[in-house]
Design a protein around this ligand. Structure first.
Ligand SMILES: [Zn+2]
Length: 141
């Protein structure tokens, strides 16, 4: 056998190995630039949906059933997002956040203070009359 062929073959193999190495290094690293960002965004949109849902329920746009069903789904999703966040944090050796109970996200059933019993509008401070519909508001103090 011609020795130059063997040398050629070895060089070829080396070349391929070299190319593979370059290739491998070029692969995008799964560096967590901000591993929570998409989760945070997801969480924010779930909270937003919960608020919208609450509002629609208050203005009687939703039936009890639809409201409860949708709320439950949103809360389940929220729990998933929180669990995923904690999982990533655990992987990174971070302290998991005390998972906020989904119920906390939407204190719907609890009658909020300074909320108009007529139209459901809520206000920062207690008002004698609703700023939205002008009806008298219960003073909860
Ligand atoms: Zn009102």
């Amino acid at each position: 056998m011609d020795p130059s062929l063997i040398v050629g073959a070895l060089m070829g193999a080396g070349m391929i190995g070299f190319l593979l190495l370059i290739r491998f290094k070029d692969l995008p690293q799964p560096t967590p630039v901000s591993p929570f960002r998409h989760l945070d965004e997801r969480k924010a949109s779930i909270y937003e949906n919960l608020r919208d849902l609450q509002f629609e329920y208050r203005v009687d746009k939703l039936s009890d059933h639809d409201y409860q069903t949708t709320k439950l789904e949103l809360q389940k999703e929220l729990a998933r997002v929180l669990a995923e966040t904690d999982r990533i944090k655990a992987e990174m050796g971070m302290q998991p956040t005390v998972a906020a109970a989904p119920a906390k996200a939407a204190p719907v059933s609890a009658v909020k203070p300074n909320t108009c019993p007529s139209c459901g509008a809520s206000f920062e401070k207690s008002l004698k009359f609703c700023g939205e519909c002008g009806k008298p508001m219960e003073v909860t103090q």
